[in-house]
Design a protein around this ligand. Structure first.
Ligand code: MN
Length: 292
């Protein structure tokens, strides 16, 4: 390890808020005074639903019809089952371990709910929603939907039963993740057994952050408890991980999109004019139709 990447900041989860009535989330970014809007580009937003129990209900909780334009929403289930419908005609259910990668791009309406049968029994939920920004040239491309089951992830097995790495997007030592992304992104679940050490490398210019989903880890000699987010500086390539317990780490690293950014509400565009256009198009029904 010759070129260690230092830790910029370790964030404890900020106070939770509800998205609709179904997603109790901690927003790590944006809206964090220690991070600029582009600090984790291409990742624009990270909402983390830390573990919470939902009581049984016949009326699935969630968030009703709303628009998006200019980016992608990536939803990762660690516990719980989610249903999605959008005005591009795509729908799907993701269960524990699965990922839903929705490209809003030129604009969709969608709704996001707990899956019906899961709602009836209730249970433990833990999830992440990321907003992945798109470069200007792809912001108005066609909407797209990828349902990615855990069984389709790339798997890199560590020797001697030390754990494994699930590759959702990108390429870890030749193992390719199934998700299509418009810009270079590495997105993994690193799953390590207690006491295992792992060194991992990303290009220094890639913005990189780890969300500790399970267990306590030591990263570059700093102890990080579960539910914390580690933002790395762009001063090196190598990260040293030691698992103090059985551990799951959501690993995000991506090539920054070096463009102006103008987010507003459910839209992420490059200019204020494009935001005004998004509202005009939305109000004129150009995002299609989706019933509640
Ligand atoms: Mn949404």
């Amino acid at each position: 390890m010759k070129n260690l990447r230092s830790i910029d900041h370790v964030f404890v989860p900020p106070p939770a808020h509800m998205v609709g009535d179904g997603f109790r989330v901690h927003n790590f970014f944006p809206g964090n005074s220690l991070m600029s809007l582009n600090r984790m580009s291409p990742f624009f937003l990270m909402d983390y639903g830390a573990k919470v129990e939902y009581t049984p209900t016949d009326t699935p909780r969630g968030v009703g019809v709303h628009p998006h334009r200019g980016f992608e929403t990536v939803t990762i289930s660690y516990h719980g089952k989610f249903a999605h419908h959008d005005s591009a005609g795509n729908s799907g259910v993701i269960g524990e371990g699965d990922v839903q990668w929705m490209t809003a791009a030129s604009g969709i309406l969608h709704k996001e709910y707990h899956e019906k049968e899961w709602s009836r029994s209730g249970g433990l939920m833990q999830m992440v929603q990321l907003w992945v920004n798109l470069p200007a040239q792809f912001k108005m491309s066609h909407p797209k939907y990828q349902a990615i089951a855990q069984k389709d992830f790339g798997i890199f097995d560590l020797p001697n039963n030390q754990g494994h790495i699930e590759i959702i997007a990108g390429n870890f030592k030749g193992v390719i993740g199934p998700a299509f992304s418009f810009t270079p992104i590495e997105m993994y679940n690193i799953k390590l057994k207690k006491s295992v050490n792992l060194n991992i490398t990303f290009p220094a210019n890639y913005n990189t952050g780890f969300l500790v989903i399970e267990g306590t880890v030591i990263i570059n000699e700093t102890e990080i408890p579960s539910d914390n987010f580690v933002l790395f500086s762009n001063d090196g390539t190598d990260i040293q991980i030691e698992a103090l317990e059985n551990t799951i780490i959501l690993t995000l690293s991506g090539e920054p999109i070096n463009e102006a950014i103008f987010p507003y509400g459910p839209f992420v565009m490059n200019t204020k004019q494009e935001i005004l256009q998004a509202y005009e198009d939305f109000n004129n029904g150009k995002f299609g139709v989706l019933l509640d």
